[in-house]
Design a protein around this ligand. Structure first.
Ligand code: URA
Length: 219
């Protein structure tokens, strides 16, 4: 990727992040501390899409920096990738919370919040144009593969996602962290198989036309 193209994408991301920061389409736009646009390589071949920011992410304004993020880093390392090699974001950019009277608790994003935030995710995909989307957990996977998608049945399989991008789902790291004993080992085996599928797809030679585009943008 040429330096000029990298710069263009970085600027586009900065502008889009400013629009997200100003967004108040949902109630959670006002309860959040920071919006969490996403971060990583603007020319990444892989976009990792989680559910929504949690408490630590909300405090720091960065995706996957809590316990689930530590596990995500390890998952990426298992297939020889660092978080800087990919672009990490979420289906919603503000932390969905539930006020229990004592404190704000994390919750899953509701359908309206996901709908409101979808144009921001679509624009991210459009700017970064990844070769692969890795959806973490059922909400992210369903947002690409449809409501009927079952994470237990459909994980590890390739689907045609937005703009025809090869899309695959695996279990969310926070869900993996809730498993124990034999269930944890079994889940780790499944997730590693899914990650190896991502690695294999990444290592496939680029189709001739895409290779020519990459070649053209070198100089
Ligand atoms: N879980 C998510 O889905 N996204 C984050 O950014 C952090 C935890």
């Amino acid at each position: 990727m040429s330096l000029a193209e990298r710069g263009r994408r970085a600027r586009a991301i900065e502008q889009a992040a400013a629009v997200v920061e100003a967004c108040r389409k949902c109630g959670i736009g006002s309860t959040r501390t920071h919006s969490v646009y996403g971060e990583g390589d603007p020319c990444a071949a892989i976009m990792v899409v989680g559910e929504g920011p949690g408490e630590t992410e909300d405090r720091l304004g960065r995706p996957f920096v809590g316990r689930a993020g530590e596990l995500l880093d390890k998952m990426l390392a298992a297939i020889d990738l660092a978080r800087e090699d990919v672009f990490i974001c979420n289906t919603v950019k503000c932390r969905p919370t539930l006020d229990d009277g004592q404190r704000l608790r994390n919750r899953a994003p509701d359908p309206q919040e996901m709908k409101n935030c979808r144009p921001y995710l679509d624009l991210q995909i459009d700017i970064i144009r990844p070769r692969i989307i890795l959806a973490l957990g059922a909400p992210a996977a369903k947002s690409f593969m449809g409501e009927k998608f079952s994470i237990t049945k459909g994980r590890g399989q390739w689907f045609e996602g937005p703009a025809g991008i090869a899309t695959i789902a695996t279990f969310h790291p926070a869900y993996i962290l809730r498993q124990t004993g034999g269930e944890l080992s079994a889940m780790k085996r499944l997730v590693f198989a899914d990650l190896k599928a991502v690695r294999a797809k990444l290592d496939e030679p680029l189709p001739v036309i895409e290779a020519a585009i990459v070649q053209d943008s070198l100089f």
